[in-house]
Design a binder for this molecule. Structure first.
Ligand code: CP
Ligand code: NVA
Length: 306
């Protein structure tokens, strides 16, 4: 493993599979791992709000025998009160790892560069790798395997979409992404995914047609239309994305056993309707639960005894 967990693109296909296997083992037998991070401390830097990420990292550290310290957006005022580099240099004198949720992806790269501590990406504007690891683990639990499945992503070609593509590439899962014109995933991430998925069975379709994307899908995934930091665009986006709502009609174009997935928080009535997210096909709370298990593995690998 590299020092940091910043993007799934950095993992080998073998490491990706190993992390899935290890998550299964740890979830089945959590007691065995109760002390693997004994006396270790994780600093959690949040420049954006969170429920799942904060809870699962903090609870995960406690379950592994360590502790976590929460740094709220107003606490350290990264970049204005103090430079990113100085924050990295200070933290390495006190703790054993850093988790960060921030805006520009360059900030996490600068932090990782500034410190010998492992740095974990808990969401940037570009990527949300812990989420995608949990999502693919959830799909694997439900279907028994990942290779050859088809995941449809409908909505904004955002951080979550990017990390899902990178995970699909490692897993050999086919992916269809449907976005409004102009909201497609970034070409550099598409290029990474294609490079990583060359020999795994990964296939990628990018379209503006949601019906085409969901056809024969094993799971349909969506995320908010305006991400954290895009609040000013919310109204404009609401109109543009309306045809991409995951509702009963769109769902009926897939198979009866197709799963519904969402990273949460959901804006019910926007990207997804209540009847879809509350249906028996919805696995959104399993995804949320699995954030805990996957991140425990990430922290053990990066912060535990080598
Ligand atoms: N899915 C996710 O990252 O949730 P939070 O924003 O609540 O952490
Ligand atoms: N795309 C969303 C994901 C939230 C977990 C955002 O960045 O706000």
């Amino acid at each position: 493993m590299k020092k940091d967990f910043i993007t799934i693109h950095d993992l080998s296909t073998y490491e990706f599979q190993e992390m899935m296997d290890l998550t299964e083992k740890m979830k089945k037998n959590p007691g065995k791992y109760r002390k693997v991070l004994k006396d270790k401390i994780l600093a959690m830097i949040f420049q954006k709000p969170s429920l799942r990420t904060r809870m699962t990292f903090e609870v995960g550290m406690l379950q592994l025998g360590g502790e976590a310290v929460y740094l709220a957006p107003s606490d350290i005022q990264m970049g204005s009160r103090e430079s990113v580099r100085d924050i990295g240099k200070n933290l390495e004198r006190w703790v054993d790892g850093i988790m960060i949720r921030t805006f520009g992806h360059h900030i996490i790269l600068e932090l990782a560069e500034s410190t010998r501590l492992p740095v974990i990406n808990a969401l940037t504007d570009l990527l949300h790798p812990c989420q995608a690891m949990a999502d693919f683990f959830t799909l694997r639990e439900k279907k028994g395997h990942l290779a050859g499945l088809k995941l449809a992503y409908v909505g904004d070609g955002n951080n979550v979409c990017h990390s899902l593509m990178l995970a699909a590439a490692k897993a050999g899962t086919k992916m269809a992404v449907a976005t409004p014109p102009g909201y497609e995933p970034k070409p550099e991430i598409v290029a990474w995914a294609k490079e990583d998925g060359r020999d795994t069975g990964f296939e990628l379709t990018i379209t503006n047609d949601p019906v085409e994307a969901v056809r024969e899908a094993d799971a349909i995934y969506t995320d908010v239309w305006a991400s954290m930091g895009q609040e000013a665009e919310k109204e404009a986006r609401r109109k543009i994305f309306q045809p991409y709502q995951v509702n009963r009609e769109l769902f009926s174009k897939a198979r009866p056993d197709t799963y519904f997935m969402h990273c949460l928080p959901a804006h019910r009535g926007e990207e997804v309707t209540d009847e879809v997210i509350d249906s028996p096909n919805s696995i959104v709370y399993d995804q949320a639960e699995n954030r805990l298990h996957v991140q425990k593995v990430i922290m053990m690998l990066l912060m535990g005894k080598k």
